[in-house]
Every structure is written in C-alpha cells, then in structure tokens.
Design a protein around this ligand. Structure first.
Ligand code: NAP
Length: 288
C-alpha cells in the first residue's frame, strides 16, 4: 500500500476550508500566518510559495515578508518583535535555513511561543518532551497522521527512526514513543545500521541521502515512511532517502517522494496556524 500524503492533504485542506467558512462570523476574522523569507535560496522560495498556496486553499490569510540576504540579525529580531506584538498575527514562521550571519536558535527563541507554528521554540520542544500541551512540529505531526490514515497500529511495534535532527528525527521518535511504540533512534555513528533497520516494523527515514536505504535493510511487511527530499543528480528529479522501487515490493505500507510527507508538512502547518489562532482567541476571551 502506498500512502499518498498528497491525497490525505487534499482531504484535510478541504475539511479545514469548510471549517474556516464560519470563522469571520464567529470570530470576526480568519487566522493569519506570516512567513519570513531571508535571502534567495531557490528551495526556500519554493517552500514559501507552497505555504502561500496552501493558505489560500484553506482560507488562511498569508503574508510573506521577503528580505535581502544582507538583512541583519537585529533587523530580523526587531521584525519578529513587531509581529509578536501584532494582535492580527496568529502564526510566525521564519523559513530555514537562514543566512550564516544570523543565529537560528536566537531567532527561533525570539518568536512568541503562542505564535510558533513550526513548534521549534524551546518552550514548545520542552512541552512536547514533558507531554504537555504544545504546538507539535509539522513534519512529525504529518507522519503520525499518515500512519493513522493507513490504519497502522503503532502501539507495541518496534519503530526505528533513522536521523536525529531537532525538526524530524527527535520529535517523531517522541511521538512514536507517546503512541507506545518501542523506539530506536539511529544516526551516522550507529554500528550495524542495516541490522537495526531490518528489525523495524515501522521505519522512518530522515537523513537527506538519496536512496540510502536499500531493500536489504528493510524487513518484509515493514511500514516505511520516507521523509527525505533529495535531487537525483542523474535525472534532476526529486527522490527520497529510500530506494522506493525495490522496497515497495516488500513493505506493507510505504510513502512516496514526492507526494508523501512533503504535502503533509504544509497541511499540518495550516492546522497549527488554526490551533494558534483558536488558542489565542480563547486566552483573549478568558481575559475579558
Ligand atoms: P539533518 O538535520 O541534516 O539530519 C540528518 C540526520 O541524518 C542526522 O541525525 C545524521 O546523523 C543522520 N545521517 C546522515 N547521514 C547518515 C548515514 N549515512 N547513516 C545514518 N544516519 C545518517 O536532516 P533533517 O533536517 O532531519 O532532514 C532529513 C531529510 O528530510 C532531508 O532530505 C530533508 O530535506 C528532509 N525533510 C523533509 C521534510 C518534508 O516535509 N518532507 C521536512 C524536513 C526535512 P548525525 O546526527 O550523526 O549527523
């Protein structure tokens, strides 16, 4: 079975669009997402465009603020501070990576945790690991949705996460653990990697190496989620971190690239923006 993130995303966006129709009457406005893009990285430009398109489909107001690569860290912090204080803004996303002269951690920490639609703010990360209410990062959130949609039972399963980044590997490992999987996290220093991945009933791969995971590294009937987004140098086409063609024959469930985790990430960003909007409205209503 191939889990189409594209189809699930379309369904989720249609549901959100329907729900948002009542927002102007109920709340006086729709949620507002502000995306900040610094510099001219082509991949970042295309991601930001995708976020604007999804916002339009769902009915979320989207403002994209573009600045030259020379924009300074102080200027960015000051822009974020203005957006934090702007009541008409519900979500703030700074497109990563940032130019080298800007400290990413400092910038992420400067975003109000209540408007941190990416779920990268240290307080949101801490809340996730303490099992408290938090904004769940979009990619891991999307992966859990895909597993649920495919009817994959997570509890009790041996899950292996390949990659330990702050934005994918670590949070998806935590979400799988919260769903009672037995989780192993692998990385570039893991010894006998193929042996570990072959023991996985659920394998999530997020390393950024084209078709790194080959069929011999996957057991028959495994569920394989491919997070990687790579450019195949010979064809120029997008490909994932797993050798899809050879693994699809033995996996019980597999996600494609493109059309898998990527669209789900953007769709979960839309969900997070709505969640931020609603929780800010609730807080406001509790104050007055
Ligand atoms: P990252 O920060 O570069 O981390 C890569 C991880 O992979 C690291 O933990 C690294 O181990 C591990 N790794 C690298 N080479 C390895 C190897 N040969 N064997 C075992 N582990 C290895 O990457 P990321 O941000 O998580 O992104 C991973 C991929 O997912 C990229 O292709 C990215 O474009 C994609 N991505 C897609 C989406 C989406 O929405 N579809 C979202 C985010 C990311 P060490 O820690 O030991 O260095």
């Amino acid at each position: 079975m191939i889990i189409s993130g594209k189809e699930l995303s379309a369904k989720m966006k249609a549901d959100m669009a329907e729900r948002l129709k009542s927002f102007p009457e109920k709340y006086g406005r729709v949620p507002h997402l502000v995306v900040i893009l610094i510099g001219d990285d082509p991949a970042s430009h295309s991601y930001v465009k995708g976020k604007a398109q999804a916002s339009e489909q769902v009915g979320i107001k989207n403002t994209t603020i573009r600045r030259e690569a020379q924009f300074t860290e102080n200027e960015l912090l000051s822009l974020i501070s203005d957006l934090n204080n702007d009541d008409s803004v519900d979500g703030i996303l700074v497109q990563l990576p940032l130019p080298k002269h800007i400290n990413e951690s400092k910038v992420i920490a400067s975003i109000s945790k209540d408007k941190d639609v990416d779920g990268f703010h240290p307080l949101n990360v801490a809340a996730l690991w303490q099992k408290e209410d938090c904004i769940v990062p979009c990619t891991p959130k999307g992966i859990i949705r895909m597993l649920d949609e495919a009817g994959v039972e997570i509890a009790g399963k041996r899950a292996v996460v390949l990659g330990r980044s702050q934005i994918v590997g670590l949070p998806i490992a935590k979400l799988l653990l919260d769903r009672n999987a037995t989780v192993t996290i692998c990385h570039s220093r893991t010894v006998n990697l193929a042996e570990v991945t072959a023991g996985a009933e659920i394998l999530v791969v997020a390393i950024g190496r084209p078709r790194f995971v080959t069929a011999d590294m996957v057991s028959d009937g495994a569920v394989v989620i491919d997070v990687g987004v790579n450019r195949d140098e010979s064809t120029g086409k997008l490909c994932g971190d797993v050798d899809f063609d050879n693994i699809a024959a033995k996996a019980s469930v597999i996600s494609p690239v493109p059309g898998g985790v990527g669209p789900m990430t953007i769709t979960c960003l839309m969900e997070n923006t709505i969640e931020c909007f609603l929780s800010r409205i609730n807080k406001y209503e509790n104050i007055i």
